[in-house]
Design a protein. Structure first.
Lengths: 173, 316
């Protein structure tokens, strides 16, 4: 009789311990999921912040900027003659830490024709970096897209209005 | 006699613990230990995540400093807790990598993390480890002969640098920056003294050999805009040499971009005839191993710059 009461108590105790352990595990999992979602949120925020800040200064970086090639130094001016050869350069694939970089002509609008060395400069979209990954929303900035042009006799500078678009990779999924 | 036997019996009873109690105590101890272990692991993970986020944030905050045509600019970064920024430079790959690793103080102890945040397009010049809550970042564009990058010099607000007997241009530039830990003359005892004369200071700049001597080691700089001179002053030899190698790799890549551009605009009547020189510059820059070879690359860069300025259309 005494031994069966003792066994009962031990069973109760084991049941309690299992219940308490499960409670701890559940609380831990809940805490971890909140923590993980916060971490994902901050990772997205950082990636978005990065592309937002990058788009405002990328046009002035050495690989893109006009420098003094079109007279005096200009800000937010992209050298089309230089940047066309940047397309498809694998060395630059991780250089800016973003997934997509493209330049879209706004005025004059030349549609969605992709720029290649063959149709240059009569095209509308130049995709400098185009990784096949899930991306976050694009950040954009207006720029002037300048190149050297000739009418057969003289060489002159031609600048058009364009938009620089940048998107970071969405690493949350 | 009987009384003492009774006492002994009662004492024996006081020592008796039922199995239930014993089991509960052991299980309780195990649960408490597991809880403590998991909590400490979670705190560690949290610390690592904070360090990674702060590292990335520092890198992102440096973006606005990479601008177009300003000669030099400064900003400050304040981190809520005491922080050690470990500046790591990796020259492997086409552009190498700027790595930032953070250690933060928690409950009076420095917490090391394995999280390295890397950037291919940044060049930070500082000592291997800088410590403090407030950091100053001073940036300057580097051209060789076309613009290559914006170099960042990070210093802790706890460390004051004093420029002694510096040329007027440097004094003016430092004064214009208005960065509180960079002072001109009137050096205090605890200041890191940078001398431009014949004195023997912690850091000695010699314009005759274009070199900077620091901690018994010597590194070389080139260029008239003093960008690399500041880089040599604020960084240690390992970081300086590695960053120079990375910068020269970028010189090589940008040279080849300009060579492609030259080919493209040649057909439009813009003949500069510097394609072959750009190829040579790219080769020399990519082969550079140490800063004492900078002068050779500089000679080629200067020649290309002259040709570009005299050309029909300027390439940059």
């Amino acid at each position: 009789m005494v031994s069966s009461r003792g066994q009962m108590k031990i069973q109760q105790m084991i049941f309690m311990i299992v219940a308490v352990t499960l409670l701890f595990i559940l609380v831990g999992v809940f805490f971890l999921s909140i923590n993980l979602s916060n971490l994902k949120k901050s990772s997205v925020n950082l990636a978005e912040e990065n592309s937002m800040l990058l788009v405002s200064k990328l046009a002035n970086s050495p690989e893109f900027s006009c420098g003094n090639a079109f007279g005096s130094s200009r800000t937010n001016c992209i050298d089309f003659d230089k940047v066309i050869s940047l397309k498809g350069r694998t060395e630059y694939s991780d250089f800016w830490g973003v997934a997509k970089i493209e330049i879209r002509k706004i005025y004059p609008n030349q549609g969605d024709t992709l720029c290649t060395s063959k149709n240059y400069p009569d095209c509308g979209v130049l995709k400098i970096l185009d990784k096949n990954v899930k991306i976050l929303p694009y950040s954009s900035n207006f720029v002037s897209l300048c190149r050297k042009e000739t009418d057969g006799k003289i060489v002159y500078d031609k600048c058009e209005l364009a938009m620089l678009l940048i998107a970071s990779q969405d690493k949350t999924s | 006699m009987l009384q003492s036997l009774d006492k002994m019996k009662s004492k024996k009873g006081a020592l008796e613990i039922s199995f239930g109690w014993l089991f509960a105590i052991v299980a309780g101890i195990v649960i408490i230990f597991i809880a403590i272990y998991i909590s400490s692991r979670l705190i560690g993970t949290q610390q690592t995540s904070i360090s990674a986020q702060t590292g990335k944030q520092i890198g992102i905050l440096l973006d606005p400093l990479e601008t177009g045509f300003e000669s030099a600019q400064t900003t400050s970064i304040t981190i809520p807790s005491d922080t050690r920024i470990n500046n790591i430079c990796d020259s492997a790959g086409t552009f190498g990598k700027q790595i930032i690793n953070l250690e933060q103080k928690s409950f009076g102890k420095w917490i090391k993390t394995d999280v390295n945040v890397g950037f291919q397009n940044k060049y930070i010049f500082s000592d291997g480890q800088i410590e403090g809550k407030k950091f100053y970042v001073f940036s300057k564009p580097f051209s060789f002969p076309f613009k290559i990058a914006d170099l960042m010099y990070i210093t802790s607000s706890d460390k004051r640098y004093c420029f002694s007997n510096a040329p007027n241009e440097i004094n003016q530039e430092i004064s214009t920056l208005n960065q509180s830990n960079l002072v001109v003359d009137n050096c205090a005892v605890n200041d890191v003294k940078i001398c431009f004369g014949k004195e023997n200071c912690e850091i000695n700049v010699d314009f005759s050999s274009n070199s900077v001597e620091k901690n018994g080691t010597k590194v070389y700089f080139a260029g008239d805009d003093r960008t690399l001179m500041y880089a040599a002053i604020f960084s240690n030899k390992t970081i300086y040499e590695c960053q120079i190698k990375r910068l020269m790799s970028r010189v090589g890549e940008i040279s080849s971009l300009y060579a492609s551009k030259e080919l493209l605009i040649n057909g439009k009547g813009c003949q500069n005839d510097i394609g072959s020189n750009l190829g040579e510059l790219s080769g020399l820059a990519n082969e550079l191993n140490k800063s004492n070879e900078l002068e050779i690359v500089k000679i080629e860069a200067d020649m290309i710059n002259q040709k570009n300025n005299a050309g029909v259309c300027q390439l940059w």
